[in-house]
Design a protein around this ligand. Structure first.
Ligand code: COI
Length: 355
């Protein structure tokens, strides 16, 4: 159980030496949970104010069986990453954007949220306390998961009387088992991910369990992920289960416009900026599935996923193959983004925050 006194004692007596690495097989990191030593916990008082949070050892938390999060799914989460530069210094990629996105999500889910300063400070403290879990430069990153939940008890449907903000972390490598190889996606026509007026545009936990059925069906057929279509016409691209999607034709790069059903990815907007800096025409619009099937390249973006090339898409009885490889536009955009994130390319945009 979280205990403030124990947390203070732990801060005074660190578990490890400054230059020590955790015992992890850095060359074989996937995207599974390898919990780092510490998590950050901050409670929200009844008047909606978040009080000072604290680090404690990573571990189970106690919740009432009638907690709002468990019964009515009142929770949102974020994902951000800490990287180790070649000189050993650690940094974060645009954590302030995660903070703002959490505030927007909290507003949609009728929850109080930490201030941008509280959020970024919590992420920095978590990354710093777990620095031995940040992979060596070039081997992956420390995935940091801020989670805001209705932790107080409810029975009738209503907002939770108490909220808890937790930040935990795990070292990760590539999200997909394909590694950096191209993905094979399946266009899902039976299930939809989100509907207009719903919560598809925010990182509500309620957006994720409902995709599991289509995702596991597609995986059992050999696909990497599912592409969802809009819920009304079932003709326009939305996103994959875990990431946004882009379509390239000539020098035009299109991505589904965010209209409340599509998550406003931070990697998505960073890649859009990099692409326009490189002279591509970047368009946010309704992307028809026929356009996808006629594209030169398709790729996915997300914090967990990074920038992932798509090799094939299967829609109805048709399978299309796209350009991939070192000379692809996707690869060029990816190398700039990864370069900024890992510190091998100078950050002229102010996207990187040192810890
Ligand atoms: C992320 O990219 O950070 C996400 O939250 C996606 C999740 C399915 C791992």
């Amino acid at each position: 159980k979280y205990n403030a006194q124990a947390a203070s004692a732990l801060r005074e007596k660190p578990l490890y030496q400054d230059d020590e690495y955790a015992d992890v097989d850095w060359d074989n990191l996937g995207f599974g949970l390898t919990p780092a030593d510490y998590m950050y916990v901050m409670k929200c008082s009844k008047d909606g104010e978040f009080t000072q949070g604290e680090l404690s050892r990573f571990g189970n938390i106690q919740l009432s069986p009638s907690a709002g999060v468990l019964n009515y799914g009142q929770a949102i989460y974020e994902g951000t990453k800490a990287y180790r530069k070649e000189n050993g210094k650690l940094h974060l990629f645009r954590p302030d954007h995660n903070a703002v996105r959490m505030q927007l999500g909290a507003e949609r889910m009728l929850m109080p949220s930490p201030s941008v300063h509280q959020f970024v400070d919590a992420v920095k403290q978590t990354a710093f306390a777990n620095k031995r879990w940040v992979p060596p430069s070039g081997k992956g990153s420390l995935y940091i998961r801020p989670l805001l939940m209705g932790s107080g008890p409810v029975l009738g449907l209503g907002p939770s009387p108490e909220y808890t903000f937790i930040v935990y972390a795990s070292p990760v490598g590539n999200y997909f088992k394909e590694g950096i190889a191209a993905l094979n996606l399946y266009v899902e026509e039976e299930y939809v991910r989100a509907a207009p007026g719903g919560a598809g545009g925010v990182k509500s936990i309620t957006n994720y369990a409902p995709v599991l059925k289509a995702l596991s069906r597609a995986k059992s057929r050999g696909f990497s992920d599912v592409l969802y279509l809009d819920s009304v016409k079932k003709k326009y691209l939305e996103e994959a289960s875990s990431c946004n999607v882009f379509v390239i034709k000539g020098r035009t790069i299109s991505t589904p416009a965010t209209n409340g059903t599509i998550l406003e990815g931070i990697t998505r907007k960073s890649v859009m900026e990099i692409a326009s800096d490189q002279g591509y025409e970047v368009v946010e619009k309704a992307v028809h599935v026929d356009e996808v099937m006629d594209a030169d390249e398709v790729f996915c973006t997300g914090t967990a996923v990074g920038v992932a090339p798509v090799g094939t898409i299967t829609y109805q009885d048709k399978r299309v193959t796209y350009e991939t490889g070192d000379e692809s536009v996707c690869q060029k955009l990816r190398s700039v983004l990864v370069g900024i994130q890992t510190g091998s390319i100078e950050d002229t945009k102010g996207w990187v925050t040192c810890i």
